[in-house]
Design a protein around this ligand. Structure first.
Ligand SMILES: Cc1cc2nc3c(=O)[nH]c(=O)nc-3n(C[C@H](O)[C@H](O)[C@H](O)COP(=O)(O)O)c2cc1C
Length: 370
């Protein structure tokens, strides 16, 4: 692939002849309306029933309506939208995205049209597409987070709010909120108090101990965690010696960060066996998604893969379903029940298929037909 430069996410995701046109019948079958689903992929996330564990990662699915041209969004568990702020943000100067041999770097700078635009236009389109929405919010100050959250209270179709605390905290010399337990707890506690829906804290991997930050978020009332945001990175053009990103440094995403993400999910899962986790970072296909589930994720968000193929969430969903069918497992909750803490693996025959998801851990035995 060539360099992706100076493009917003929306521009990148315009229809292209490289992508097959939507096959409505196949989509209907995949969504379980036109035909029988072969395996039950439904999960519960902080008490919310989702038809699938596959959701989109914030900032990687445009506003949702663009992708609706390629696939039926009802296949998804939820759409996590681009982080929104109180007022529109311009974002960072171009180039905003570059590819490296080991992943994608972006410095979009949270360009967005503000929460009121989201409520008025984007949310309506997502509601019309009948897909649950997880609203992602950001801000430069605690007060800004609270004001955005306040606007979202009671918004139709918004099943949860993801708090992107991986953006600069202007009140504290521009370090990230999620790099400090106190700042994390401050934002999460205040946001949670003004919302009725579950609040997910989206954490940064660029810390010494992600479990410490996770603990601060949970103590402050986060219902769940989104793990992980991008890793800080940089690329330099050797001809000019200049940074390749307009914003100089940016966030690394894609396959390069998957082992870091799997480790983060696993580590937090070991520390907090019951906390709802949305795992993400370099999930490119169904095998990667299953790896994230084994690590302990209840749901899996797909980010960079959407830039390669806007239908990747659909392919990943079908891949998981095929995997379950091929292994004789009738539901995802059954698969999760086969995992569990290493010290006490549940007896497969004693665990009902409808059992609540148990913490993930590598299976005690290889998955043969069960
Ligand atoms: C272009 C781009 C824009 C992003 N924008 C946001 C954002 O607005 N809010 C946020 O919480 N994360 C944002 N992210 C981070 C992703 O949601 C995700 O956490 C990260 O990319 C790791 O997943 P991936 O490797 O599957 O992309 C963005 C990532 C990319 C690549």
């Amino acid at each position: 692939m060539s360099d992706i430069e100076d493009l917003t996410t929306t521009e990148l995701l315009r229809p292209s002849e490289l992508v097959k046109p939507i096959d409505r019948k196949a989509e209907a079958e995949a969504a379980g309306r036109g035909g029988r689903p072969q395996a039950d992929l439904s999960v519960r996330l902080a008490g919310i029933p989702l038809r699938s564990p596959i959701v989109t990662a914030s900032g990687c699915f445009a506003s949702g309506k663009e992708i609706a041209e390629f696939m039926d969004l009802r296949v998804l568990g939820a759409v996590v939208v681009k982080s929104m702020t109180l007022e529109p943000w311009q974002g960072k100067p171009p180039p905003r995205m570059v590819e490296t041999p080991s992943g994608m770097l972006n410095a979009i700078g949270l360009q967005n049209k503000g929460v009121d635009y989201f409520l008025r236009y984007d949310l309506q389109a997502l509601n019309a597409a009948k897909v649950p929405v997880i609203a992602s919010i950001a801000g430069n100050t605690q007060q800004e987070f609270v004001r955005v959250a306040d606007r979202l209270r009671g918004a139709p179709g918004v099943i949860a709010v993801e708090v992107n605390i991986s953006c600069p905290n202007l009140e504290d010399r521009s370090s990230m909120f999620s790099h400090d337990p106190k700042a994390t707890a401050g934002v999460i506690g205040n946001v949670r108090r003004c919302l009725e829906v579950p609040v997910f804290a989206k954490l940064s991997p660029n810390v010494t101990s992600i479990t410490d930050i996770a603990g601060a978020a949970l103590d402050a009332g986060a219902a769940g965690l989104s793990l992980i945001n991008t890793l800080l990175g940089m690329a330099i053009d050797i001809e000019t010696g200049k940074p390749r990103l307009g914003g100089v440094m940016g966030g690394l995403s894609g396959p390069a960060i998957r082992p870091v993400a799997v480790r983060a999910v696993y580590e937090v899962r070991q520390a907090y066996p019951d906390v709802p986790i949305i795992g993400m970072g370099g999930v490119m296909d169904y095998k990667d998604a299953l790896e994230m589930i084994w690590a302990g994720a209840n749901a899996v968000a797909i980010g960079t893969a959407n830039f390669i193929d806007p239908r990747s969430t659909l392919d990943i969903t079908r891949g998981i379903e095929r995997f379950l069918v091929e292994h004789g497992i009738r539901s995802l909750s059954r698969l999760r029940a086969l995992s569990g803490p290493r010290s006490s693996p549940p007896a497969p025959s004693a665990t009902p298929a409808s059992a609540a998801p148990s913490p993930g851990a590598p299976p005690s035995a290889p998955l043969s037909r069960r």
